[in-house]
Structures are given as structure tokens and as C-alpha cells.
Design a binder for this molecule. Structure first.
Ligand code: ATP
Ligand code: MN
Length: 464
């Protein structure tokens, strides 16, 4: 029977004295003058490597061990001992080192030298073997687990809304078309597209949001959330937009905007707390190597209540700001990233919840306020990223919803099922959307969203 354990477990002081087997990839090898070698092995289970001491007496020492290079895969057995070296509790004294796979140093791209994150994107299939990308993906896992746990513990049911949809969630973003038509054949023939020959008998798209469908479940199951891939064909090459990203969208019946904001704040704080508690080593790495002061910043955010400000007040702040913005600002215009970041980074210096946006810049489903000009919307902005959450109380009054749909030139027939929710037992309800990648960006301090998702899809890029 094998006594295989992870590097993470092996590195703990309590493992000293055990005979174990380790399976992983060589990070570095150093030969000592004393006739033995130090091999650093990592298996992805944690940031830290396990130091292997391989004695010169091993049968394959000269033939194989001394030829090990970065990226080789190995299986090592031996005894864990307390380590005299600084920064590690244990080291493994090997009695056998078996090489599973070699990695030719002439061609293996991840040599000891540092590569830029841009360069690493070209090797997205290998880049999680580096410290930074490995840590990012472990934190991404933790955030995903925390999301499910938070909602599960708060009585929200996990529901699966469709990926292929015929409704467009009113301009949440440009949509990708889904078709089984032979586009090349169509182009040759010319003429109009006949949707009756297409798979669904009508135009269909990849979803930009599961919200409208989630509302149907909130008005039956009470509290629900969706968490899945979301697609936007926005041709914007920014450090915070992807064409394919993961969004979590809670939706709750009998919630008003204040309930919604409290939910968002509790939710974010739980995620941040879990990252600090469960990804300590990775978070310490980000604090040291990616964004200095990140740990203190997150701790402070957890302790203090989020600040709130209305859109109208935010416009006044921006108009008075001495900073020059690229985009002009006036009441009724949508805020750009530069405005959001000024407000959260320079004006508040922490998370900020902006509320009560003009109805003219927000979708039809947001609840119209008594002033008739604004809607019960809220965005959560955080330093370094800008908008991380967008949410609102939904319009539950049938007549107001119908008026807003008409103003937005939407066809009621396309939304008959959505309108039904207001005809039969309508209730106040609210929800929000959090982009998973923006949350990972904020927690890790990674500046480009392409480096917090395994295989980023952006304009012109669908490799791997
Ligand atoms: P932005 O103004 O930043 O483009 P948005 O207002 O269009 O975002 P929403 O429709 O409110 O975004 O979507 C809810 C959340 O989904 C956003 O707060 C953000 O966290 C995330 N999100 C939206 N678009 C993208 C994208 N293209 N890539 C990654 N995350 C996104
Ligand atoms: Mn938004």
C-alpha cells in the first residue's frame, strides 16, 4: 500500500518522522559538494515546495537524479525529518527517486527566470505551474467554494439557469449568436436568414445573465442563486472585461434594496474572511509580491461597514474633483471605470455602494423610485477594480413594468412569462450579480482579468 501524501501535508511539522511517498514536479535541483542533492518538489497542493535531500548512494544518482531539471515529474519515497533550514518545518530524506517524465530544458518554457504575465498567457496550459498562477487558481477555488457555502447557509437554493437563451436581459451586453445554420452556405446563397430552418426556430444567443430566469425561481422557492458561465461579445480590450466569465446571481423574494445591499456586503465579507483564513500562504504571497499591503487592506474592509452614496451625490463629488477625467461627467451619464475608481480609491479609500441611478441608464426591470427619475439600483465598487457587483430591487408593479418595457422598445410577447410573475402573486424582490473574476482580481491584487481565469476569452483570443 502506498503512503502517498500531498506536499502540503508533508510540509507540516506534525508529519516529521513519517515514511511517505511524494508525487510532483521538480521546481529546482541543487547539487551539494557533500555528494548529495537538494530537490524542490511541488505538487500544486500548496504554494510551498517540499525540500528533498537525495543522497549520492541512490542507485540512479548519477544517471538520473543529477539530470533532473525544472518540470520533470517524480515519485519520491523516504522519511520526513525536521528541517534545519529556515522557512520550512520538514524535509524529505529520500530512499528512492523515480522519474516519471523528463522536461527538456532546451524547450520547456518555464525555466527559473521570471516571465511576464503577458508571456505566460501564451503558455496558459503550463502557467499554473508557476507560483503566482498556482496561488491565483487556489484562491479562485476558495472563492467559488465560499460562494456556494454562503448561500447554502443562508437558505438560498442553487439553481441552473439556461446558457442558451432567446431573451437578451435588455442590453446587459452584446450577445453571441447560437445557431446550427451553415453560415458559409448562407453567405454563398445570399438572401435573408430563415430562422424557421435554424435549430430553435428563432434567433438564440449565449446568456449575458441568468437574472430573468432566476426571478421566476425566486418567486417560487424564495431565495435562489445561479452561478455559471456568462458571455458578452463586448469588443472592449480592458483589464476587467472577458467575453466569457463566471457570474453568481442571487435573487430573493421579499427583499428590498436595503436587504439586497446588506446581503452583498455580508457576502463579500464572508468571501474575504475565508480567503484570509483558508488561503493564508497564498494571500501572504500576494501581499508580498503582487500588491503590498493587501492583507491589511482586506482586514480593514472586513471590519468596517461599507460606505454608501447616491449616484447624484457621486456626480457632485466628481464635478468638484480636481482630477481631470477622459470622459466628461454630468447627471444622466453612465460612470466610466475612471470615475468609479476615483470614487472608491481616492474619495472613499475602500468599498463604496452607489445607489439610485437615473432610470434612463438602467434596464427596464429595475424598480422606479418615487421621484420618477431614479431606480432602486446599487453597484458595489472596490479599489483597484471598480464595479464588482451590480444589482437592484426589481420592478414588481405590472403597469410600471409594462410602461418601462414600452419605453425601451421591448416586445411584451417576448417576455410574457416574465410579465406573468407580476400578474400572479407579485412580490417585491431584489438581487445582484457578482463577476467571479473581478472578485478574484480584488482579493489577489492581480491587475489583469486574463490572469485570474484558466483560459481567457477576449476579442481575437480563444486559444486552448
Ligand atoms: P461594466 O460596467 O464593468 O462593464 P456591467 O455594468 O456591464 O459591467 P453587469 O451587467 O452589472 O455589468 O454585470 C454584473 C457583474 O458582472 C459586474 O458587476 C461585473 O462584476 C461582472 N461583469 C460584467 N461584465 C463583465 C465582463 N465582460 N467580464 C468580466 N466580468 C464582468
Ligand atoms: Mn453593472
Amino acid at each position: 500500500m502506498s503512503n502517498w501524501i500531498s506536499v502540503k501535508e508533508a510540509r507540516q511539522g506534525s508529519s516529521a518522522g513519517k515514511s511517505v511517498e511524494i508525487r510532483g514536479w521538480v521546481r529546482t535541483r541543487r547539487d551539494s559538494k557533500g555528494g548529495f542533492s537538494f530537490i524542490e518538489v511541488n505538487d500544486g497542493s500548496s504554494m510551498g515546495n517540499l525540500q528533498i535531500v537525495a543522497p549520492g548512494e541512490l542507485a540512479n544518482y548519477a544517471d538520473e537524479i543529477q539530470k533532473l531539471t525544472t518540470g520533470c515529474s517524480v515519485v519520491i519515497t523516504g522519511e520526513l525529518q525536521e528541517s534545519p533550514a529556515k522557512g520550512q518545518d520538514t524535509e524529505l530524506h529520500a530512499d528512492a527517486v523515480r522519474v516519471l517524465g523528463w522536461a527538456d530544458p532546451e524547450t520547456y518554457p518555464l525555466q527559473k527566470k521570471r516571465h511576464s504575465f503577458e508571456k505566460l498567457r501564451e503558455w496558459a496550459h503550463l502557467r499554473t505551474r508557476t507560483n503566482t498562477l498556482g496561488a491565483v487558481m487556489r484562491v479562485r477555488d476558495q472563492i467559488s467554494q465560499s460562494i456556494h457555502q454562503f448561500f447554502h447557509e443562508n437558505g438560498f437554493f442553487y439553481t441552473h439557469t439556461p446558457i442558451i437563451t432567446a431573451s437578451d436581459c435588455e442590453g446587459a451586453g452584446e450577445m453571441f449568436r447560437v445557431t446550427s445554420l451553415d453560415l458559409e452556405m448562407l453567405a454563398q446563397k445570399g438572401g435573408p436568414v430563415k430562422y424557421e430552418y435554424d435549430f430553435f426556430d428563432k434567433p438564440t444567443f449565449l446568456t449575458v445573465s441568468g437574472q430573468l430566469e432566476a426571478e421566476t425561481y425566486a418567486t417560487s422557492l424564495g431565495r435562489v442563486y445561479t452561478f455559471g458561465p456568462t458571455f458578452r461579445a463586448e469588443n472592449s480590450n480592458t483589464s476587467r472585461h472577458l467575453a466569457e466569465f463566471w457570474m453568481v446571481e442571487p435573487e430573493a423574494a421579499f427583499f428590498d434594496l436595503a436587504d439586497d445591499m446588506k446581503l452583498a456586503e455580508d457576502f463579500l465579507k464572508q468571501i474575504f474572511t475565508d480567503c484570509l483564513n483558508k488561503c493564508g500562504e497564498d494571500m501572504a504571497f500576494f501581499d508580498k509580491m503582487i500588491e503590498k499591503g493587501k492583507l491589511d487592506q482586506i482586514k480593514a474592509v472586513i471590519e468596517k461597514p461599507f460606505q454608501h452614496m447616491t449616484y447624484t451625490d457621486a456626480i457632485t463629488v466628481l464635478e468638484k474633483a480636481s482630477k481631470k477625467f477622459d470622459y466628461p461627467i454630468a447627471w444622466g451619464t453612465d460612470l466610466q471605470a475612471e470615475h468609479e475608481r476615483y470614487l472608491t480609491e481616492e474619495h472613499v479609500g475602500g468599498p463604496l455602494i452607489l445607489t439610485d441611478y437615473p432610470s434612463s441608464i438602467k434596464p427596464f426591470y429595475m424598480r422606479v423610485s418615487d421621484d420618477g427619475k431614479t431606480v432602486a439600483a446599487m453597484d458595489v465598487l472596490v479599489p483597484g477594480v471598480g464595479e464588482i457587483i451590480g444589482g437592484s430591487q426589481r420592478e414588481e408593479r405590472l403597469d410600471v413594468l409594462q410602461r418601462r418595457m414600452a419605453e425601451a422598445d421591448l416586445n411584451e410577447e417576448d417576455y410574457w412569462w416574465y410579465i406573468d410573475l407580476r400578474k400572479y402573486g407579485t412580490v417585491p424582490h431584489a438581487g445582484f450579480g457578482l463577476g467571479l473574476e473581478r472578485a478574484v482580481q480584488y482579493v489577489t491584487g492581480m491587475s489583469n482579468i486574463r490572469d485570474v481565469i484558466p483560459f481567457p476569452r477576449t476579442p481575437g483570443n480563444a486559444d486552448f
